[in-house]
Design a protein around this ligand. Structure first.
Ligand SMILES: Cc1ncc(C[n+]2csc(CCOP(=O)(O)OP(=O)(O)O)c2C)c(N)n1
Ligand SMILES: [Mg+2]
Length: 503
C-alpha cells in the first residue's frame, strides 16, 4: 500500500471469504488497492445444502451502489467470456489513486476452464491534468504560508509528498500537525511539529495553536479526518480559512467546516506547485531546535515493587531501540497500544508507523505484521494487546517464512481499553479480565523465540536481541494495567456525540 502497488489475496469459498471481509473492509477504508480472488460454488443456491456453498447472491450483497460495501466492485466469472471485461475493469479501478478493492469470484464451472492470455500490456497510471482552479489555489496558499501564519495538517495520503512538504514548512516556518497514520511524514522531533491529532492526542495544546489569533489558514491533506484521526477538532475551525487537498474531496466534504475550499488534486502535484512559489530561503541552523522524546528525560515510571512495566517506560524503550537505534517498522494494534503509541512515539521518517484507525479491528496487525516484515528490509515490531493476540495472529506464518517480525505483547490480562473506557465514561464496570497468558511460551510453542519481560532492563535486552537476530519473536511484556492512557480525547468525543444524539 505504501508503494501504491496493488496486492493480490486468495481465499477459498465460504469461511475463506467471510474471514477475509474484516481485512478487506479495513483495506478499503485505508485506501489500499487489493485484487481479491476466490472461488464460489454456483450462481444460485443448489438446494442441496452443500458444505461452504457460496453463490452469486451471497457475493453481490458485498458491494453497494453508494460505494460503502466491502468491495468497490465484484466481478463474477461463470464462463470463459466473462474474462473479456476483467482487464478493462481492473485498468479503470487500479488507475484510481484513492484505492480500489475488487473481488473476482470464479464459479466451480469457470475454475475448470483454461484461458489463453492475450494481452500482457502494462497497466499505467495516468498523470492528472491541472485545472486553472488548482493553479489559482496553489498560488493563494503559497501566498498565505509565505506572508501569513498557516498550518499544515497531513494524513497518510500525503506520504509521497513528505520531502517537499518538509522543505516548504521549514522555508516558510509553517507548523505541521499529523494524523496518526501520517506520523513521520514531517519529522516529529522538528520544532515546527505540533503533535499528532486524534486518538491519544494532546488536543488542548493542538487546539491552542489552531485557535491562535494570528493563524490565518489550515491546509489539510491526505486525511478524511475520521474520528480517531481528528477527534473532529476541524469542526471548530470557523475563524480561519480551511483548504482541503486530495483526490477524494467528495468523501471528505461532510467532515469539513462548510466554508472549506476543496481542491481536487493529487497532493504531490499540488505541493510541487506550491514549492515553485516558495523562494529558496535557508533557516540558520541555530534556529532549528528539536522536540524532546521520552528518552530525553531521566524519569522512569515503573515501580520496581510491582514487578511490571509502566506503559510509558515501554514506549521509551521502543523509542530508544526500535525507532532511534534500528529504525524498524512499527505497527500498533487496536486497544491501549493505539493511544500510548500515537501520543508518545516520535518518528522522523515516513512509512515507518502503521495503525488502522479507520476500522480498528483487533487482530489487524497481530496478523498484518507479517505483510510488513515480508520485505525483510528491516524488522517489523508490532505493539499488540494480549486480547488481540489471543483473537488472531500469524506467528506461525512468520516462522514458516523466517520473517523478521516481533510481537511485543502488552500483557495486562485485560481488555483494558474497554475496562478503562467504561470507567472514564462513568458507566458500570464490565468484566474485561483475561486469564494471564505466558506469551513467551506461546511464541516458543509455535517456533518463535519467546521472551518474558517484567522490567525495563529485560525489555531493552529482549528487544535488542530480537532485532539483531531478525527472526520471529514474541516478547511478553507484563504491564501495569492500572495506569490510564491519554484516552480523555476519545472519551470527550463520545460524550459529545451522545449529547448531540440526545439533542
Ligand atoms: C474484532 C474486534 N472486536 C472488538 C473490538 C473492540 N475493542 C477495541 S479495543 C478492545 C480491547 C483490546 O484488548 P487488548 O488487545 O488486550 O488491548 P488493551 O486495550 O488491553 O491494551 C476491544 C474489545 C475491536 N476493536 N475489534
Ligand atoms: Mg490487554
Amino acid at each position: 500500500m505504501c508503494q501504491q502497488v496493488p496486492a493480490i489475496a486468495f481465499a477459498t469459498a465460504g469461511p475463506g471469504i467471510s474471514n477475509a471481509l474484516t481485512g478487506l473492509k479495513a483495506a478499503k477504508l485505508d485506501g489500499a488497492k487489493v485484487i481479491f480472488i476466490s472461488s464460489i460454488t454456483s450462481v444460485a443456491p443448489s438446494g442441496k445444502w452443500s458444505l461452504q456453498e457460496t453463490t452469486v447472491q451471497d457475493i453481490e450483497g458485498l458491494v453497494l451502489s453508494d460505494g460503502c460495501g466491502y468491495f468497490d466492485e465484484v466481478i463474477i466469472i461463470s464462463k470463459k467470456e466473462d474474462y473479456h471485461d476483467v482487464e478493462k475493469k481492473l485498468r479503470k479501478g487500479l488507475n484510481k489513486k484513492e484505492g480500489y478493492i475488487v473481488g473476482i469470484f470464479l464459479t466451480t464451472k469457470a475454475q475448470q476452464e483454461i484461458i489463453d492470455s492475450e494481452n500482457d500490456e502494462k497497466i499505467l497510471l495516468p498523470y492528472d491534468d491541472l485545472g486553472d482552479h488548482v493553479k489559482h489555489y496553489s498560488q493563494e496558499i503559497a501566498d498565505l504560508i509565505i506572508n501569513k501564519n498557516a498550518i499544515f495538517w497531513a494524513g497518510f495520503g500525503a506520504r509521497h509528498a513528505s520531502t517537499l512538504l518538509t522543505q516548504i514548512a521549514v522555508k516558510t516556518n509553517s507548523q505541521v500537525i499529523s494524523t496518526p497514520r501520517g506520523k513521520g511524514i514531517f519529522d516529529e522531533k522538528h520544532h515546527l511539529y505540533v503533535g499528532t491529532s486524534g486518538l491519544g492526542s494532546d488536543t488542548e495544546s493542538i487546539n491552542k495553536i489552531l485557535h491562535c489569533p494570528s493563524l490565518s489558514a489550515v491546509i489539510i491533506m491526505g486525511t478524511r479526518l475520521g474520528e480517531l484521526s481528528s477527534s473532529y477538532i476541524q469542526n471548530s475551525l470557523d475563524k480561519v480559512k480551511v483548504y482541503y487537498i486530495g483526490l477524494n474531496v467528495q468523501e471528505v466534504k461532510k467532515n469539513l467546516p462548510p466554508h472549506s475550499v476543496l481542491i481536487d488534486c493529487d497532493i504531490e502535484t499540488f505541493i510541487t506547485l506550491i514549492n515553485t512559489y516558495v523562494s529558496e530561503k535557508s533557516i540558520p541552523s541555530d534556529h532549528i531546535k528539536t522536540i524532546s522524546t521520552l528518552c530525553d528525560s531521566n524519569k522512569y515510571y515503573s515501580d520496581p515493587a510491582k514487578n511490571v512495566c509502566h506503559p510509558l517506560d515501554v514506549m521509551r524503550v521502543i523509542q530508544e531501540i526500535v525507532i532511534d537505534m534500528f529504525d524498524c517498522y512499527v505497527a500498533v494494534e487496536a486497544g491501549n497500544s493505539f493511544v500510548w503509541a500515537n501520543r508518545y512515539l516520535k518518528f522522523s521518517n515516513p512509512l515507518r508507523y502503521r495503525i488502522n484507525t479507520a476500522y480498528g479491528a483487533m487482530g489487524h496487525y497481530a496478523c498484518g505484521l507479517i505483510g510488513i516484515a515480508a520485505s525483510k528490509e528491516r524488522c517489523a515490531v508490532g505493539i499488540i494487546g494480549d486480547g488481540s493476540m489471543l483473537m488472531s495472529n500469524e506467528v506461525s506464518t512468520a516462522v514458516k517464512y523466517g520473517l523478521p517480525a516481533i510481537w511485543l505483547v502488552m500483557n495486562d490480562a485485560s481488555y483494558n481499553m474497554c475496562r478503562q473506557g467504561v470507567e472514564l465514561l462513568g458507566n458500570a464496570q464490565l468484566d474485561c479480565d483475561i486469564p494471564q497468558v505466558d506469551f513467551a511460551l506461546f511464541g516458543q510453542a509455535i517456533g518463535a523465540t519467546g521472551y518474558n519481560v517484567r522490567n525495563i532492563k529485560e525489555l531493552r535486552e529482549a528487544l535488542f536481541h530480537a532485532i539483531e537476530e531478525k527472526k520471529p519473536a514474541v516478547i511478553n511484556v507484563f504491564i501495569d494495567k492500572y495506569v490510564l492512557p491519554p484516552l480523555n480525547d476519545r472519551v470527550n468525543t463520545l460524550k459529545r456525540l451522545k449529547e448531540e444524539a440526545h439533542g
